[in-house]
Structure formats: structure tokens, C-alpha cells
Design a protein around this ligand. Structure first.
Ligand code: LIP
Length: 291
């Protein structure tokens, strides 16, 4: 599926909008974080929590995007879902790493991405610009298609480049887990089989920041089954513009079934290892067999 790309000037503008929106939402969730963050609601399970700040952050993102890009659509993790008349839809994860935020663990992000296509349709879209702010540290990752990827730390900007590990056995690999107990048990079995085959694994709790760590060369690869479009959209374009690859099984576009990010040949080796253990780990509707 080919998508019509906006012109380079528009792509640069879209990245700048994503950075501004992520910055504003990041300030809100940090400055407005109450001493005791309460759980406002749960979603897919008791551990899948939403805080009041998730909701406030998404509301702020919606207001800012409506001001800056009134013709675009918006889809957010906490329920924002409005169509637009332009080819651009914004995917917003108002707090990625919500459990980290709830516990005060300094590793959570605001992820804002501009995509073309239809993000409500699996594999029916792709990102063209995005920003991921690690709100706890102030590290701002951003990119647009054809424009490279960069990290801005207090105004010091560096270009991002993925690391190319020599083999899966020397690769540092990150992953994450769903919130439903049965899926977590299955994902745990997959991880247990993978662990002896890699240098080490990391589970840091925020897909958007895992993808940015791949783009930065601080991880060699990331994989996860069951993530949502808003979790990965901005990190996807950031990894690609840092010279990496983001894909699903068998070279397909990423989907909730499985997101793989890194650089070949190690990414191909990782997928090969996952395909074997995935099939043996049992079935899961949202994470079908990877063959
Ligand atoms: C999180 C993802 C993470 C996944 C967590 C959770 P949230 O998103 O970024 O990769 O492992 O289970 O889904 O819920 O914090 O926005």
C-alpha cells in the first residue's frame, strides 16, 4: 500500500507541531503530577490503569492540535476520535508508561505522531512525523520522513543512529507485556525461551521510549505483541529516520500482532527466534501465529 507523502516543508512543520504539543503535555503531566496519583479508571484489566493526568494530557493535546491543525483528524489512547478533512491524522498517547507514572518511576513519555492513511485500520496507515518526550528527563526525540531523527536535550541537538549488533547473541533487546493475565503468561514463556539467545533483555514500560532507545543505539532491538498504534506511531518514524527498521512479521507493516524494531540482520534473527517460541507458547487471538 502506497501513501501520498506531504511535501518536505509540510513534513517539517508537522514535526514542529508534534514537538510543541508533546512539550506542552509533558509540562502538564510533570508540573501537575499530584503527590499521590490516583487511578481514575481501568481498561482491559485491573492493571490497565488510566489516571486523571492521562485524560488531561489528551484533552490538552486535542485543544492544541485543533488550534494548529484544525483540518486534521485525531485519535488518542483515552478516547479522542475525531475525523478530519486533511490527509493527516494525529495519534496521541498522552502518557506512555502510565504505570511508571502512577508509581513515580522516571520513565514515561508523551507520544504525538502525524500519520497518513487510516489509523483505525490495521496496517492501513504509516507515520510521517512525530515527537516523543521523555517527560521525566526532558529528552525530546523527533523526526519526519526524509528529515533524519534527532534528540534535543535542553537545546543540545544530536542526530540519532541505530546500533548494528553483530549477532542476536550480542544484542540488548527490549520488550513489554500486555495487561491480561493469560497474555502475560504466554509472553513470559516467549521471553524465557528468548533470554538465553540474547545479550540481555530490558522491560522499561513505555513502548515509545523503547523505540527511541533503538533509534539512539541504546537498544539493539525491541519487540512487543499487543501494543496500540498510538504507542508506536511516533517511535516508528524516529527509528526509521535513524536508519532502523520497524515492521511486523514476514516484512509486513507493524500491527498489534507484533512490532519489531532494530536493524537487520539481527532483527531477522530475532524474528526467527520469536516465530519458533511464539508458536510453542500457545495461541492468542490478538497475537496470531507469526508464520
Ligand atoms: C504501555 C506500553 C508498553 C507496554 C505496557 C503499556 P501505556 O502503554 O507503552 O510497551 O508494555 O504494557 O501498554 O498503557 O502505558 O500507554
Amino acid at each position: 500500500m502506497d501513501f501520498h507523502l506531504p511535501d518536505p516543508s509540510t513534513l517539517r512543520d508537522l514535526e514542529a507541531v508534534a514537538v510543541r504539543v508533546a512539550s506542552a503535555c509533558g509540562r502538564l503531566i510533570v508540573d501537575g503530577r499530584p503527590e499521590q496519583v490516583g487511578v481514575a479508571a481501568t481498561k482491559s484489566s485491573l492493571t490497565d490503569v488510566v489516571t486523571e493526568m492521562d485524560r488531561r494530557s489528551e484533552q490538552l493535546a486535542g485543544r492544541l492540535l485543533a488550534d494548529e491543525r484544525p483540518d486534521d483528524g485525531i485519535v488518542g489512547e483515552e478516547g479522542a476520535d475525531q475525523g478530519g478533512s486533511s490527509p493527516i491524522t494525529w495519534l496521541v498517547d498522552p502518557i506512555d508508561g502510565t504505570v511508571n507514572y502512577l508509581y513515580g518511576l522516571g520513565h514515561y513519555a508523551v507520544s504525538v505522531a502525524a500519520v497518513v492513511g487510516d489509523p483505525r485500520r490495521e496496517r492501513g496507515w504509516r507515520p510521517v512525523a512525530g515527537a516523543v518526550l521523555n517527560a521525566a528527563t526532558g529528552e525530546m526525540y523527533s523526526a519526519h520522513t526524509g528529515g533524519g531523527a534527532r534528540l534535543d536535550v535542553d537545546g543540545r541537538v544530536s542526530e540519532l543512529q541505530v546500533h548494528r549488533a553483530e549477532s542476536l547473541g550480542t544484542a540488548l533487546v527490549a520488550t513489554g507485556f500486555g495487561y491480561e493475565a493469560g497474555r502475560r503468561a504466554r509472553q513470559g514463556r516467549v521471553l524465557a525461551d528468548l533470554l538465553p539467545q540474547v545479550r540481555d533483555v530490558r522491560r522499561m514500560g513505555a513502548a515509545a521510549l523503547d523505540l527511541c532507545a533503538v533509534a539512539r543505539g541504546s537498544l539493539d532491538a525491541y519487540y512487543e505483541g499487543g501494543v496500540n498504534a498510538w504507542d508506536v506511531a511516533a517511535g516508528w518514524v524516529i527509528v526509521e529516520e535513524a536508519g532502523g527498521v520497524v515492521r511486523g512479521p514476514q516484512g509486513r507493516r507493524p500491527s498489534p500482532a507484533l512490532v519489531l524494531a532494530g536493524a537487520d540482520p539481527v532483527l531477522g534473527e530475532l524474528e526467527g527466534a520469536l516465530v519458533e517460541t511464539w508458536a510453542q507458547a500457545g495461541s492468542d487471538a490478538a497475537e496470531p501465529d507469526l508464520r
